[in-house]
Design a protein around this ligand. Structure first.
Ligand SMILES: Nc1ncnc2c1ncn2[C@@H]1O[C@H](COP(=O)(O)OP(=O)(O)OP(=O)(O)O)[C@@H](O)[C@H]1O
Length: 246
């Protein structure tokens, strides 16, 4: 279980409280600058809060060495620069020496076709798929055991429609094993399809935390995004579809 108590980080995060149990998939939504990346970095133990605490399985991250954290927690950051001409194979081998790419990662991310290509010659979406694979392979034993904390900052950015869904289906499968997922992005439709919970952030504050039905609600979305949002329901699938009204 991931637990966040009264987390404050300058004016970027204000009194955030959050508990995420194994098997939950929490999607962070909010406008640019809301605090999603700051929250993910703090959950990962990479940013030290001014106040409050992040704990995993009852132990504060402060009590854990970088080595221990690296065994069960991954963070795929939003901006990942690749200046080096290492191949995809070398990049993955560096992240997880001796590990062959798990078949279920390949099925969703389809990166073997780039195996011998230099990282700095991939397209934006291709590179993102490799970066997702690298993040997950780094902690693969914990993922397989259902004991991982998977943090992803806008992993769907740049992915085509099909790979967005393949990634979300993969993550759903992984949380089904008991792993914790906290992911940020800007796709309301993906959130309604794949989130078990949605957290709406604005100006560093957690404005709402609940199921897709509770949070993808026109009044709340208007408050968060400062624009009118119409929420449509696909009655055949019993799914919500959100549409922005100009
Ligand atoms: N290194 C930093 N030092 C100080 N302030 C920062 C830093 N990085 C981001 N901020 C500020 O913190 C606030 C939250 O930024 P953050 O990157 O967490 O937002 P976000 O919700 O992830 O935004 P986006 O959707 O644009 O990625 C913003 O006001 C931003 O300008």
């Amino acid at each position: 279980m991931l637990r966040v108590q009264r987390l404050t980080l300058s004016n970027r995060l204000i009194d955030i409280r959050l508990t995420v149990s194994g098997g939950e998939s929490v999607h962070l939504l909010g406008p640019n600058g809301a605090g999603k990346s700051s929250l993910l970095l703090t959950l990962a133990g990479l940013l030290q809060p001014d106040a409050g605490e992040v704990s995993w399985q009852g132990r504060s991250l402060d009590q854990q060495s970088p080595m221990e954290l690296a065994g069960y927690r991954c963070l795929m950051e939003q901006q990942q620069q690749t200046q080096f001409a290492v191949t995809v194979r070398e990049c993955l081998a560096f992240a997880s020496p001796g590990l062959t790419l798990p078949e279920e990662l390949e099925a969703a991310l389809e990166i073997r076709q780039f195996w011998s290509r230099p990282m700095n010659q991939l397209s934006g979406g291709e590179l993102r798929r490799v970066q997702i694979a690298r993040s997950l392979t780094q902690i693969w034993p914990a993922v397989e055991a259902g004991e991982a904390m998977i943090l992803m900052d806008e992993p769907v950015q740049g992915l085509d429609f099909s790979h967005q869904h393949k990634l979300c289906q993969l993550l759903k499968k992984l949380t089904g094993r008991g792993n914790v997922l906290v992911i940020s992005h800007h796709q309301l439709n993906l959130a309604q399809m794949y989130a078990t919970r949605i957290c709406l952030l604005k100006d560093g504050k957690l404005l709402a935390d609940g199921s897709p039905q509770q949070t993808l609600e026109p009044g709340l979305l208007q408050q968060v995004f400062d624009c009118q949002v119409r929420v449509l329901t696909d009655t055949e699938q019993n799914r919500l579809i959100q549409t922005y009204l100009a």
